[in-house]
Design a protein around this ligand. Structure first.
Ligand code: HEM
Length: 187
């Protein structure tokens, strides 16, 4: 993935756990020191090696580490670096999620080689929605969960998040999340 993602992981570890921990993660991951050029695309193995080493040194499972990273991405990294883009994506969760493909499309002129995920929102009822996440990769479901948990905080809405189904594709996966919103006042 793009070095931007690696920079964000580095920034999470540096701000929450310090430089010593980051040095250990780098040593364990054995990734090249030039793997952090924001606008360069790297093999996914580099990204997964960093996440694997981070989970080891932060004493988290891979899923927990990806989830923490997703929440950090939405709550701290993206607001600091892409705040205008984030703001224009939506003023409430469903609008925001419905515009995620536009968000990634918007930066595709800068990130020319990237393979962004795809998201689609399906309304089941006034309070229940399905979010379809399709990726050309496998294993990033927990990153999405972390971002969704960040969205609950960003929009101060108590959404219940559950995985409804998972389908392995030849190249990637399709995960359907069920999002349950609080009942409307007066219901
Ligand atoms: C302004 C904010 C954002 C920027 C600049 C951004 C940019 C990127 C970039 C550069 C990648 C790497 C793709 C690659 O190297 O092939 C990526 C991946 C990804 N992004 Fe975003 N993104 C943003 C917000 C979001 C949000 C809000 C979500 C919500 C769920 C999201 C979900 C993902 C996921 C799941 C991936 C992993 C790739 C995959 O699933 O295959 N991103 N994004």
């Amino acid at each position: 993935m793009y070095g931007l993602i690696h920079k964000a992981l580095e920034s999470m570890v540096l701000s929450h756990h310090g430089e010593g921990t980051w040095k250990k993660i780098l040593a364990t991951s054995e990734v090249e020191s030039d793997s952090f050029l924001t606008m360069r695309s790297y093999h996914d193995e580099v990204t997964f090696a960093l996440v694997g080493a981070a989970s080891q040194h932060l004493n988290l499972s891979t899923a927990e580490c990806l989830e923490a990273f997703g929440e950090y991405w939405l709550m701290e990294f993206a607001p600091k670096n892409y705040n205008m883009l984030l703001k224009s994506t939506g003023r409430e969760p469903i609008e925001f999620l419905g515009n995620l493909d536009d968000l990634h499309d918007h930066i595709s002129s800068a990130f020319t080689e990237f393979r962004p995920p795809s998201f689609a929102v399906e309304e089941i009822s006034e309070t229940v929605y399905l979010l379809h996440y399709r990726s050309s990769r496998k294993g990033l479901e927990s990153f999405v969960v972390g971002i969704l948990k960040g969205l609950k905080k960003r929009f101060e809405t108590d959404i219940e998040i559950e995985v409804e189904s998972r389908e392995q594709l030849e190249n990637g996966e399709h995960v359907i999340f069920q999002l349950k919103f609080p009942r409307l006042a007066g219901d």
